[in-house]
Ligand binder design. Structure first.
Ligand code: SF4
Length: 420
């Protein structure tokens, strides 16, 4: 079959990546790509901070190991043996990184913590306990701090669930992707649908805040199988669902399979239909869509993810994790000790406008006021978006329409172009 691979199409704009060079996942400042080694880079957490910068309010910890690489994955992770000494070295380095960040006074205002990967639960109870224990000594994991652990159904056990809870975690995000065995096999996931259901049930043994990720646009998936996955998640009583479309990332096995004609490319129209279906089914089940790809029962929106979309400074620890620090004058993103992006005040504002439009609540009066002052062409840009039905006014707030989310590239691009 001839390759029909087409990237960056208008409709495929739900994916959480928001910058061309750095992959900011919805669940953290994790980077993408392969790892040179699986140890934590020297924790250069202070040399690049702008002067008079905001305090970090979110902390992302990257765990770069998995049992096996899924065929679509380009996250910074590697498949290792569960007994690999690399895991021990990683934990040792991470403990040092957390302590050093604490000593440098970087954790004093952290309100959300997210352990993502990779597969945090793959490294096992002892390793996770060591990291969480260090965290609890360094920043006080009280109920007020949202602390999420990403889990793979294959490696979540009841003792681990109880340990995580006892050590201060209060949210589990289960990487389910689908409750359909054929779809899971095609993705190269290590678990089946039964294991996914069991993992959610195990998580509920202690946690009331349980999220699942679901993917749409999987080759062979139909609206009926996608709806079954949505309804299974609802029936399992989860409090949060993230729905995201499959993307074919460069260098992945899926990329090669599409090029070789062995796998059909993503169908952007089908993905858009799935996103629409998710909106209907999850809303009917009492979940609010608070971001283009995120749904939550009242009170269960992910505070960590909201931090990314509201321009809050975050610290990323672990290989390839991205940190963002900012002052009134600049915003800096750093990965493995290297500055990968520097924005001036106008570019920061344009980015905040763009991020705001990912959220259902859109852009509020304060940000709008700043935009009018800084960008003489802002009103004209707003009018273009309204005329194209990509955005609309909701009282004093400027929000995206469903069409705007479907054509996110155009919507977000118009706002980012205010400060190229
Ligand atoms: S479990 Fe997640 S991080 Fe690991 S290979 Fe699969 S998609 Fe990538």
């Amino acid at each position: 079959m001839a390759s029909t691979k087409a990237k960056g199409v208008c409709r495929n704009s739900f994916a959480p990546d928001i910058q061309p060079d750095v992959n900011f996942s919805a669940s953290g400042g994790r980077g993408s790509g392969t790892l040179g080694c699986a140890t934590v880079a020297p924790p250069l957490v202070s040399g690049w901070l702008p002067s008079e910068c905001d305090s970090f309010r979110a902390l992302y910890i990257h765990v770069p190991f998995c049992k096996r690489r899924c065929l679509y994955c380009d996250f910074a992770t590697e498949a290792v043996d569960p007994l690999s000494p690399a895991i021990g070295r990683y934990v040792e380095d991470m403990v040092l990184s957390i302590r050093r960040a604490s000593r440098e006074g970087l954790l004093g205002h952290v309100e959300t913590v997210y352990l993502g990967g990779g597969t945090p639960t793959f490294v096992g109870q002892k390793a996770l306990a060591e990291i969480l224990y260090t965290l609890s000594l360094s920043l006080f994991l009280t109920d007020q701090v949202e602390c999420t652990i990403e889990a793979n159904p294959d490696s979540l056990t009841l003792p681990l669930v109880r340990d995580l809870w006892a050590l201060g975690a209060n949210r589990i995000s289960v990487g389910v992707q689908s409750f359909d065995d054929a779809e899971l096999a095609l993705l190269g996931r290590v678990h089946d649908a039964d294991a996914a259901c069991r993992a959610v049930e195990l998580a509920h043994d202690r946690f009331s805040n349980v999220s699942v990720d679901l993917m749409c646009g999987i080759p062979g998936q139909t609206l009926a199988t996608f709806e079954r996955s949505l309804r299974t998640a609802i029936d399992l009583g989860v409090s949060h669902v993230s729905v995201y479309p499959l993307t074919i990332e460069e260098g992945t096995p899926f990329d090669r399979m599409v090029d070789a004609g062995e796998l059909s490319d993503v169908d952007a129209d089908f993905q858009a239909d799935c996103m629409e279906l998710a909106s209907e089914v999850l809303s009917d089940a009492g979940m609010e869509r608070y971001e283009v790809a995120s749904y939550a029962k009242p009170g269960f929106a992910c505070r960590h993810n909201k931090a990314y979309w509201t321009g809050v400074s975050y610290l990323g620890l672990g290989p390839s994790a991205v940190s963002m620090a900012q002052s009134a004058h600049e915003r800096v993103r750093v990965q493995d000790g290297e500055v990968v992006e520097r924005l001036d005040a106008a570019q920061m504002l344009a980015e905040d406008l763009m991020l705001g439009m990912r959220m259902t609540c859109g852009i509020g009066p304060d940000l709008l006021e700043s935009a009018r002052i800084v960008f003489p062409e802002f009103e004209a840009a707003v009018q273009v978006l309204v005329d194209k039905a990509l955005a609309r006014w909701e009282g004093v707030r400027f929000v995206s329409t469903k069409q705007g989310w479907l054509c996110g590239n155009e919507l977000y691009g118009t706002l980012l172009d205010l400060a190229p």
